[in-house]
Design a protein. Structure first.
Length: 290
């Protein structure tokens, strides 16, 4: 935003200077007094130069030394002319140098910051996904992993949830599998899906348990469209869900960053935070927002 303001100021300054230049040209073109003033000044300058050159011609026969002396005298005359009319000379110099200066300053940045070219480094794994790499879902975990008392406290009715990757949207599935791959290869976290597709009946059942479980009724959640999933981490063969675990909380933070980098929406940024939740919001799919 600071760059944008500086560029706007420079642009406005250029407009003002060119306006003044246009006024000067119009003054010379439309007003005889202006032309007469300029012609008089030019005639005086020409006469002065003619006198200098006349003296130079007279001194040409005096040899190289006289030529150097006359050249110095001419330079002094020009310097004197510049001193007498320094304001006019400075204004002309500023007008001549302004266009290339503005072009140089604007060459490294667009005038409208909203259209800047992104400098974010492209994730090579995301690029491979966009080029058509098809990732394969992991082997399904045994139901007993999701049936412990600890898991039941954290996620009621999780044991009956669907973890069938085939019921989810293919594009969302590939993005989520890419997140799993990056979390494993770059951060050392093994991930597991807790729940993917969720039927409208199950959604209403969970909503009836209260806002601590979900605020969304049937068809108000992306789960019903196969465009959302809840995930957690595996450590030593056991699910770790609670964000009270520092290791898991760090994992959720990384999970959110990676998910957002592949275009998913992360529930960790919501008012009622859902760290393990991600979804792919496809325009026109959901009639009412969750």
């Amino acid at each position: 935003m600071t760059w944008f303001r500086v560029e706007v100021v420079v642009f406005l300054l250029a407009v003002v200077l060119y306006f003044l230049l246009a006024c000067l040209v119009s003054w010379l073109a439309l007003f005889p007094a202006g032309r007469a003033f300029v012609v008089e000044r030019a005639a005086r300058a020409e006469a002065a130069l003619q006198r200098r050159f006349a003296g130079l011609r007279r001194r040409q026969t005096a040899g190289a030394q006289a030529l150097r002396q006359s050249g110095a005298a001419s330079a002094q005359g020009l310097a004197a002319f510049a001193r007498r009319h320094y304001l006019l000379c400075l204004a002309g110099l500023a007008l001549l140098s302004l266009p290339p200066t503005l072009a140089f300053l604007a060459s490294g940045k667009n005038m409208l910051g909203a259209y800047d070219v992104s400098t974010r480094e492209v994730n090579t794994q995301v690029a491979e996904l966009l080029e058509g790499e098809q990732l394969v879902p992991p082997v399904a975990l045994p139901p007993t992993v999701f049936a412990t008392a600890e898991i039941e406290r954290e996620r009621p009715m999780l044991v009956s949830a669907s973890r069938n990757w085939a019921l989810m949207d293919p594009e969302y599935t590939q993005r989520l599998l890419l997140v799993f791959k990056i979390m494993k290869e770059q951060h050392g976290y093994d991930m597991a899906i807790l729940e993917g597709y969720r039927s409208p009946e199950r959604q209403n059942m969970l909503a009836s348990l209260g806002s601590s479980v979900t605020n969304a009724a049937a068809f108000q959640s992306w789960h019903q469209y196969g465009l959302a999933a809840d995930c957690a981490f595996l450590r030593d063969g056991k699910l770790v869900i609670s964000e009270k675990d520092p290791w898991a909380m760090r994992g959720y933070e990384l999970y959110g960053q990676v998910a957002e980098s592949v275009g998913l929406t992360w529930g960790g940024r919501w008012k009622m935070m859902d760290f393990g939740h991600t979804e792919l919001r496809v325009p026109g799919v959901m009639k009412r927002k969750a």
